[in-house]
Write a protein that binds this ligand. Structure first.
Ligand SMILES: *Cc1c(COP(=O)(O)O)cnc(C)c1O
Length: 424
């Protein structure tokens, strides 16, 4: 689509936007006395207005029913992990039996690595992207050490080519082939947190499987942001958090996917807990763990209702809007942001956009590598009413979110950036 830099054009796009009414379902934080221009949904999604209602219902059921709420609450707590399955399956392109809400992202990454990283003297390497999110790096290192191996030998990090900011698919596939018989596991993000680059999950899984390795995915920045087809793509496992694009609130219950073909495997070692036990006999409290089939068999503890209730509230909006419509709007929003950023950069070279220019290779986020005075520009943007995200040493991340950002938001953001960049 051809963009125009006038305010009236932005307003026209908002009028034509079939999802425009969703914006009023969210609270926008204040900066000073003004509603902030919020572009930080990649870090913490905004609070849906229906969150409080569902939390109140759970509190009420607790006060009225006590322990009986496990069976007689509006949403019986015993079964709470099941209530989000259909919506999570739609978001991730999975079967309901392949997804479950549980724990936190890093915990789930450890649980999955415990099962899918079983190194031996021949096959012990893990391929990951260089510069992975810190928590993931610590999980990789510590899992490797748990098996008495050294990250220097076992962890293979793939770097961009010199002078480039993002990875080439061919380089990822070549590395997988090269490490072939020594490769145990490939772990990639769906969307990389720093660069905003989106990866082809199906192609990575296929290459990993071709050499006899597993493929797992960290979808922290992908779920609720880009369409996913985990089942068809044959991912072995995936993990995600729910407080970024899923808007379930700080520390909300996270999620995990295990492909159906592993659903009945008894040979996969795991860290077990009672909530992962075969459901019908869970309360017999017997010795000897027998896993439930599917991803449910990786659960440890009973469900955190107060961090899962907001997820239920938020998933309603995703179901109503639908991922295809959200993605259509997202491609347009981000394309419009990119257009206005390039206008700002026309006269002066303030930054370069390191996120891939091809919409298929990115989600909603654009990452700007600032050429000079980056932090100063960022601080002035904040003073001007923008909530965005600064990553050391010199990157500003901007994420227009199709559920609650408007084209006019982007117009205003760009106007503020043009002004503060010129003075910095
Ligand atoms: C946000 C994020 C995390 C955070 O981990 P938690 O366990 O939720 O604290 C981890 N990895 C990636 C890639 C992330 O983007």
């Amino acid at each position: 689509m051809k963009f125009d830099k006038s305010l009236s054009f932005a307003r026209d796009l908002d009028r034509q936007d079939p999802l425009r009414s969703f914006r009023s379902r969210f609270y926008f934080p204040l900066l000073g006395k003004k509603k902030a221009l919020y572009f930080c949904g990649n870090s913490l999604g905004l609070e849906p207005k229906n969150t409080l209602g569902i939390l109140k219902e759970e509190l009420e059921d607790w006060s009225k029913l006590g322990v009986e709420a496990h069976f007689h609450a509006r949403r019986p707590w015993m079964h709470y992990h099941k209530f989000s399955k259909n919506a999570l399956a739609r978001l991730t392109g999975a079967k309901p039996s392949e997804v479950v809400a549980m724990n936190q992202l890093t915990v789930n990454l450890h649980l999955m690595m415990t099962s899918f990283y079983r190194p031996d003297s021949q096959r012990f390497r893990i391929i990951v992207e260089a510069g992975a999110f810190s928590s993931d790096q610590y999980a990789f290192e510590s899992q490797i050490r748990l098996h008495h191996l050294e990250p220097e030998n076992a962890l293979v990090e793939i770097y961009p080519r010199s002078g480039e900011q993002t990875l080439r698919m061919e380089d990822i596939l070549t590395a997988i082939r090269q490490h072939g018989e020594h490769l145990s596991l490939v772990i990639f993000p769906g969307v990389q947190y720093y660069s905003g680059q989106r990866f082809n999950i199906g192609a990575i899984a296929e290459a990993a499987h071709a050499v006899g390795a597993y493929a797992g995915f960290d979808l922290a920045h992908a779920v609720g942001n880009v369409p996913l087809t985990l089942h068809k793509d044959n991912a072995d496992f995936a993990v995600w958090c729910s407080y970024k694009y899923l808007n379930a609130g700080p520390g909300a219950v996270a999620g995990a996917f295990v492909h159906e073909r592993h659903a009945h495997r008894q040979d996969l070692q795991r860290l077990a807990g009672w909530w992962g036990y075969e459901e019908k006999d869970r309360f017999l409290m017997r010795k000897g763990f027998r896993p439930a089939t599917g991803v449910d068999g990786w659960q440890l503890s009973n469900f955190p209702v107060f961090s899962g209730a907001p997820l239920m509230a938020s998933l309603k909006h995703f179901d109503e809007a639908g991922m295809p419509a959200l993605r259509r709007k997202s491609v347009r929003l981000t394309g419009y942001l990119e257009f206005l950023l390039k206008e700002i950069n026309k006269q002066h070279d303030y930054f370069s956009i390191i996120t891939p220019a091809d919409p298929d290779e990115r989600g909603c986020q654009l990452s700007l590598l600032m050429k000079r005075n980056g932090k100063k520009i960022f601080d002035r943007m904040t003073k001007g009413g923008v909530i965005a995200d600064w990553r050391e040493p010199d990157v500003i991340r901007l994420s227009p979110v199709p559920l609650y950002n408007s084209f006019e938001d982007i117009f205003r953001l760009a106007a503020i950036m043009a002004e503060v960049s010129a003075d910095s």
